[in-house]
Design a protein around this ligand. Structure first.
Ligand SMILES: Cc1cc2nc3c(=O)[nH]c(=O)nc-3n(C[C@H](O)[C@H](O)[C@H](O)COP(=O)(O)O)c2cc1C
Length: 396
């Protein structure tokens, strides 16, 4: 059976899946539940500093799912792409209560999993105080959360609204922390590579690249935001490709381990993140909608797949895709010998391909769709949209 363990800065992860900081890691009881569900570790819900205490209370209800239960076979089948919006900034605990609960979590979890405290300050002094306090706890690891997608909208210098302060904050914490630490970065910046390199230079044990975006949805009947009236965290499996891109681009630039994880919805997504260069993969939305035990199920699926493929350990697949990912400038742009054709036995003349052909190369005839080879651009859209899979790509 494939070996799943990894060791980062002396901390052992029994498999590559952890539960990210959010509702499923709300308190020690739930952190324990994440571990019994199969995760190797859990990042506790973030503690915001006192000046950001507004984030310790949230609107109710605070979750909104878009394109989820509208899926035709829901709930037997779940959609692969949907949006989860939420406004739930940080833990509702104050400093003392948070540290106590981290200790409770470690007492409950013991050596079965890694307990990670998560901190977010908005001044150097606050970061320092929280790091000093967390040093005295039983936390195995500390995450410096510099990624909150919407704290800036509350007028607080945390996360996406304070990218310019990340270096100063990380430097302050690095000098105080006595535990391994990761830094969670926002993707809402134009220079993730600079930030990741800075985090490495400041002595972090890992960088976490799984933060969400912020967004809003409008009800056009009332011209108002759907939900609680403001922007909120904006995520879901549709962001998988964005998360993978960030991970592979940064994996090429730094040596410290990467925690990846935006948009994980199935076990194959975890494998994709590892192949893109992540050492550990976190999930939140997956646990919130599939339950605490999903991580254990995914571990079993990955084990079976790795055994079938002959992979012996996570190192065998880590970064495996990196050499196959080209720069866009390196992509083959000549296309000799490519032709599109219709399989008459499958075409039902529905006309979906015709509507999507911007080159007006398709006509619907008595015998079905016909592609005019001279007008055809070979763009591939008819192949993608055909509900009967009647379009063939011929390569000669
Ligand atoms: C309801 C909710 C609350 C969250 N709270 C936090 C938090 O307190 N701290 C944090 O670092 N990230 C927080 N996140 C972000 C998640 O840790 C994670 O990075 C993000 O959801 C992307 O992962 P996913 O696609 O698996 O959901 C939260 C996410 C959600 C959905």
């Amino acid at each position: 059976m494939a070996d799943f363990t990894s060791k980062i800065s002396g901390v052992v992860f029994k498999n590559p899946i952890i539960v990210g900081s959010a509702t499923p890691t709300w308190d020690s009881k739930r952190i324990k539940r994440c571990i019994t569900g199969g995760a190797a570790g859990a990042i506790a819900k973030s503690l915001f500093s006192d000046s950001a205490a507004i984030g310790r209370k949230y609107p109710r209800p605070r979750f909104k799912l878009f394109n989820y239960r509208e899926y035709p076979n829901y709930p037997k089948e779940l959609p692969d792409s949907f949006t989860l919006r939420s406004l739930e900034e940080c833990s509702s605990f104050g400093y003392e209560e948070y540290m106590k609960d981290i200790n409770n979590a470690k007492d409950l979890v013991r050596d079965d999993g890694v307990v990670i405290a998560s901190l977010s300050g908005s001044t150097k002094e606050e970061w320092k105080t929280m790091c000093e306090m967390v040093n005295e706890t039983k936390a195995d690891w500390v995450e410096l959360n510099n990624s909150c997608p919407f704290a800036a909208d509350m007028g607080i210098k945390i996360g996406a609204g304070a990218v310019g302060l990340t270096k100063e904050f990380v430097h302050t914490c690095s000098n105080v922390l006595k535990k391994p630490f990761s830094v969670k970065l926002t993707p809402q910046t134009s220079d993730s590579i600079y930030l990741a390199k800075m985090v490495e230079a400041e002595g972090a044990s890992a960088v976490n690249l799984s933060a969400r975006l912020s967004g809003i949805m409008l009800d056009i009947e009332t011209a108002s935001p759907i939900g609680w009236g403001s922007i909120g965290g904006y995520g879901g499996p549709y962001l998988l490709g964005y998360g993978l891109k960030t991970v592979f681009q940064i994996a090429k630039e730094i040596k410290i381990p990467i925690i990846g994880g935006l948009g994980v919805w199935k076990w194959q997504d975890i494998v994709s993140y590892i192949m893109a260069g992540a050492s550990i993969v976190q999930t939140v939305t997956g646990v919130m909608l599939k339950g605490f035990d999903i991580t254990g199920k995914w571990v079993k699926c990955i084990e079976a797949w790795m055994d079938a493929k002959g992979y012996k350990n996570i190192g065998d697949i880590k970064g495996l895709a990196l050499e196959n990912i080209k720069k866009t400038s390196e992509v083959e742009r000549e296309y000799p010998g490519i032709q599109f054709a219709i399989n008459r036995d499958l075409c039902n003349k529905c006309g979906v391909c015709k509507k999507s052909c911007m080159y007006e190369a398709i006509s619907i005839t008595k015998v079905g769709a016909v592609i005019n080879d001279e007008l055809c651009d070979r763009c591939g859209m008819c192949y993608e949209v055909c509900p009967e899979r009647a379009v063939r790509i011929n390569r000669t």
